[in-house]
Ligand binder design. Sequence first.
Ligand SMILES: Nc1ncnc2c1ncn2[C@@H]1O[C@H](COP(=O)(O)OP(=O)(O)OP(=O)(O)O)[C@@H](O)[C@H]1O
Ligand SMILES: [Mg+2]
Length: 228
Amino acid sequence: MRERVLVETDNVKRVNKLVYRLLKRPKTEVPGLAVVYGPTGFGKTRWSEMTAFRNGWGYMRINRLQREKAFVQEIYRRLHWLIYGEDHIVRRTASKIEEMCIKLLQDNPEIVLFIDEINHKIHKREWDILEVIRDLTDRSFASIVMIGEQDTVDALNDYNPHFFGRCNFFFKFEKNTLEDVKRICNEVAEVPLDQQIIKEIYKETEGDLRKLVSYIPELENAITRKYE
Ligand SMILES: Nc1ncnc2c1ncn2[C@@H]1O[C@H](COP(=O)(O)OP(=O)(O)OP(=O)(O)O)[C@@H](O)[C@H]1O
Ligand SMILES: [Mg+2]
């Protein structure tokens, strides 16, 4: 089985257009905050990690226990790595580090930051990290894509309309289609899989690519054994 592949599913193609629009927006007028959301296993993390990696952008995942200072430290570390190609952990106050992040983002407006698992903070109504994101977008022309669960948009709208008002771009990962599943099986499996089995797995997994991919090694083994 091939690892760390990014198959161009329908969602991937469509969400790439959102990132394009985000980068092309009139930056002085429109805050660059996007929300990408959808059910578990639909491919949000795979897309954001790989897209960041391929374009030299930043990807980070919010840790459930992470607070404001650790968050700005991590953003700074990512940005420093992307811009200067070296690791740098800065030890200053949270507000000083935030200033440093703003400066890096102001000087490098082409960078997109993907912040995954944003729902941890929304559900616990811990706004410190969202306040940092708000400061970054208000004070630089940064483009930030927040990634979360299915109910992220509704939860943000209900609990923090002030922040929600700055989100201008939205994308929902929809259920992956049979065509998507076939494409994934073709590109991820190292041997051709039976089309009928692919259809059955598609029905059973209901768009959850994590479940789908977990079947592939066993199916590959079965096929390899058949021809041994
Ligand atoms: N476009 C893709 N190409 C190839 N494999 C994919 C793709 N999208 C998802 N997968 C496979 O499905 C798994 C689950 O996807 P991913 O972690 O991106 O889901 P998610 O939407 O972030 O789920 P969660 O909401 O639980 O975080 C990946 O680890 C990968 O194996
Ligand atoms: Mg994920």
